[in-house]
Write a protein that binds this ligand. Sequence first.
Ligand code: NI
Length: 171
Amino acid sequence: MAILKILTAPDKRLKQIAQPVTKVDDALRKLMDDMLETMYAAPGIGLAAPQVGVAKRVIVIDVEHVREGSLPQPIFLANPEILEQEGEIRWEEGCLSVPEFFSEVVRSAWVRAKGLNRYGQEVAFEAEGILAVCLQHEIDHLNGVLFIDHISRLKRELALAKMKKKNKGDD
Ligand code: NI
């Protein structure tokens, strides 16, 4: 496995629409594993392929590993889709591509989703709470949408200005 470089806003590659996966093969599994390792190292609870510069519809999620005493429970999904959604939840979100910025976002409280697992099998499941939030956040990435696109323009500009300053500091 390898740790990949995580792109940060306003990198244009984060705004691309990712392409559907046609086959879950060894190369795709390697990408999934590398993404998971990258996410754990960051640390984060979700990562989408466009964040590591790969324009494919692939996400990895583990909302458990950050909780003390919890075992890792990784979820790998190719071509994830929300089938049904209900209710409303407000959650303070962050993103590895918008480091050190957090803001409340309103999303669906419950979702039913489907996708292909690590073995290319179709899986469908229900999620609520943090897992529902994370799924919606990661699927947004596949459509070129960042969580800061859901907040007010003023707050978004604040976040991007902070990122600009930070990127300068990194050079
Ligand atoms: Ni994100």
